[in-house]
Design a protein around this ligand. Structure first.
Ligand code: ARG
Length: 246
């Protein structure tokens, strides 16, 4: 048994060794979740998560390698070693936590309602959407998807593959509301002014965390200490202000 354990330990290099061996931190994310990860006018990836990922790579003295991945395949991509970590505004849920490990939360958000002004007299909170004649949009495979189907079981829920397409349905008057994480809804509200109403009291509690493969205590230890460091030394606050308070 000792021999078997010894040999299995030696063939499974931890992620920290892989990162140093590759001289690169490979980060899975899906662009489109503003302002965490998005494309600028030139197609460059920018955002809060991207900046933290670059800082993390720098702290390891390795390159930052972006791995842009469709949301509904992002956990499988991690599990099949397409990347070392998911840094993509992922909510720490019990269901996901059965498959992956999460570092401590780096921010807490919740679901809010981005409402069409046509519904301003009828809908004052998310419960008012729970009506068979009401079309509610969210994004495939997200906590918005899970929560809308559970809490708005009488409404017509339609899922889109991108946040932008989903919000467009509300802007075009094809749907009453878009259900999603507060920061993205606040971002679209700021861009569209009176064309959208943001009911901005979150109705879920959602800590976001970086996901890694199970069974890698060394990497998890690194991540939680890295997070504590950037929260204490001002770099987290600087990035928070850059992306959320401008
Ligand atoms: N927080 C939500 C979730 O975990 C949405 C995250 C979407 N992230 C993205 N990069 N598209 O389901």
């Amino acid at each position: 048994l000792a021999l078997a354990l010894g040999s299995s330990a030696s063939i499974h290099a931890g992620t920290l060794e892989t990162i140093q061996h590759n001289h690169a931190l490979r980060v899975c994310f899906e662009a489109g979740y503003m302002p965490f990860e998005m494309k600028d006018k030139n197609g460059k990836d920018i955002g809060f998560d991207i900046d933290i990922a670059k800082l993390m790579a720098k702290s390891m003295a390795v390159d930052y390698t972006p791995v842009n991945t469709a949301w509904d395949g992002i956990i499988p991509a991690l599990m099949t070693d397409k990347c070392d970590i998911v840094m993509s505004g992922m909510t720490i849920t019990a269901e996901r936590n059965l498959k992956v490990n999460f570092a401590d939360p780096y921010i807490v958000v919740g679901q809010t309602v981005l409402l069409s002004p046509a519904y301003k007299d009828k809908v004052h909170n998310f419960r008012d959407l729970n009506n068979p004649s009401t079309i509610v949009i969210t994004k495939l495979g997200t906590t918005g998807d899970i929560v809308a189907k559970k809490m708005l079981d009488k409404a017509q829920i339609r899922v889109f593959e991108s946040e932008a397409d989903g919000v467009m349905e509300v802007l075009n008057g094809k749907a009453a509301a878009f259900i999603y994480d507060l920061p993205l809804n606040a971002f679209y509200k700021a861009q569209n002014g009176d064309k959208l109403i943001h009911l901005n009291t979150p109705f879920t509690y959602e800590p976001l965390g970086w996901a890694i493969r199970q069974g890698d205590a060394d990497f998890l230890n690194f991540l939680n200490n890295f997070l504590r460091q950037i929260k204490g030394d001002g770099s987290y606050d600087r990035l928070y202000q850059k992306w959320f308070e401008d």
